[in-house]
Design a protein around this ligand. Structure first.
Ligand SMILES: Cc1ncc(COP(=O)(O)O)c(C=O)c1O
Length: 311
C-alpha cells in the first residue's frame, strides 16, 4: 500500500518527505503535533476520522505557544487530511500525525525569527495498549513537566522526552504504562493518556490545573458518561493514595482509547478485573468511534467518497 505525506506544500510519497539534519525542530524539539485516529469500519468500507477539527484547533493553540505560524485554518487542515487519508486508501485503523515545526536550518536557541512549516503523514495503527485486557501501571519516578518549565497543555515535540523517559522506565520495570505525578505530588497523567477513577458512582479526573494535556478522549468520555450513563465527572486534584483505593481506574487517549488499569505498583485495583463502569464506557466509545453507534456521527468525518469494500 503506497504511503503519502503532505510535505512542504504538496502531497508526496512518504519516503520523499525528508528534512535536513540541521532543521531547528530536529535539534531542539521546537515542533508541535497532533495524533488523530482514523477508525476503519469494515462493514461500511469507510474510514472515520475522530473529532478531527478539534485536534486541529488544539494544534493551532499549541502553535501559538511555540510562536509557530501556519497558513491554514482548522477547517482547511481537516480537508487536507481527508484528501491525504483517501489517497493512502488504508483499510485498517490509522493514525494521522500533523506536525508544525521550526523549519529553519540554523543553529541557536530561540523560537522567534525562524521559518515555520507544516506536514501531515498517515500510518496504519492498531492497539497502542492492551485495552481489551487491561494493563498494569506504575507511578513514575519522573515528574510531569510543570507549566513554569514548558506548557504541558501543548503537544510540543521536546516535551515528549518527559513522557518517553517515564514510559520506558515503566516498561523496564515490567509495567505497561507510567502514571506521572506533578510537581506538587498529585496525579497528573499517563505518558500519553489522561487518568480517570471511578468513585461512588462518579468519575474523578485530575483538573486542567494539574499539568495535563486536555485530552479530546477525556472530554469525549466525560460527555458519554454523563449523557449515556448519567455519570458526572469531578475534575479536581487527585492524590496518589486514592489510586490504591479507587473502585475502577482507566486511561483515555487517542492512541490508548479507553484502557482499563487493573494494577498500580503491584496493588490490585478493585477486584483486579475490568470494572462495570469502565466496561460500559469502553463499549460506548468503541461503537461510537467506529461509526457503529450513529448517535455521535457529528464527531466523525468519513474520508472515502467511494466506499472501499473488500471482495
Ligand atoms: C501527554 C498526553 N496526555 C493525554 C493525551 C490524551 O489526549 P487525547 O485524548 O486528545 O489524545 C495525550 C495524547 O494526545 C498526550 O500526549
Amino acid at each position: 500500500m503506497p504511503a503519502y505525506a503532505f510535505f512542504q506544500g504538496k502531497t508526496v510519497p512518504l519516503e520523499e518527505a525528508k528534512i535536513s539534519v540541521v532543521t531547528h525542530a530536529f535539534n531542539y524539539g521546537t515542533g508541535v503535533f497532533e495524533g488523530i485516529r482514523g477508525n476503519w469500519n469494515e462493514a461500511e468500507g469507510q474510514m472515520y476520522l475522530f473529532r478531527v477539527e478539534e485536534h486541529y484547533e488544539r494544534l493551532l493553540r499549541s502553535c501559538r505557544m511555540l510562536n509557530i505560524t501556519i497558513p491554514y485554518s482548522a477547517a482547511e487542515m481537516t480537508r487536507m487530511t481527508v484528501e491525504l487519508v483517501e489517497k493512502c486508501g488504508y483499510q485498517q485503523d490509522i493514525y494521522v500525525r500533523p506536525l508544525a515545526y521550526k523549519a529553519s536550518e540554523v543553529v541557536g536557541l530561540r523560537v522567534h525569527d525562524l521559518k515555520d512549516d507544516f506536514l501531515i503523514y498517515v500510518v496504519p495503527f492498531g492497539n497502542y495498549l492492551a485495552s481489551d485486557e487491561g494493563i498494569r501501571c506504575c507511578i513514575s519516578s519522573w515528574t510531569r513537566i510543570d507549566d513554569t518549565m514548558m506548557p504541558p497543555s501543548a503537544k510540543i515535540c521536546g516535551l515528549y522526552v518527559n513522557g518517553s523517559l517515564a514510559k520506558s522506565e515503566a516498561v523496564w520495570r515490567g509495567y505497561d504504562e507510567a502514571i506521572m505525578l506533578n510537581r506538587d505530588g498529585f496525579i497528573s497523567e499517563g505518558s500519553g493518556e489522561n487518568v480517570f477513577l471511578v468513585e461512588r458512582g462518579q468519575l474523578v479526573t485530575p483538573a486542567t490545573t494539574e499539568n495535563i494535556l486536555e485530552g479530546i478522549t477525556r472530554a469525549t468520555v466525560m460527555e458519554l458518561a454523563e449523557k449515556e450513563l448519567g455519570i458526572k465527572t469531578v475534575e479536581r486534584r487527585v492524590s496518589r493514595s486514592e489510586l490504591f483505593v479507587t473502585e475502577e481506574l482507566f486511561l483515555t487517549g487517542t492512541a490508548a482509547h479507553v484502557t482499563p488499569v487493573l494494577d498500580v505498583d503491584g496493588r490490585r485495583i478493585g477486584d483486579g478485573k475490568i470494572g462495570p463502569v469502565t466496561a460500559k464506557l469502553m463499549k460506548l466509545y468503541f461503537e461510537m468511534v467506529k461509526g457503529v453507534d450513529k448517535r455521535y456521527s457529528h464527531w466523525l468525518t468519513p474520508t472515502y467518497r467511494k466506499v472501499a469494500r473488500r471482495p
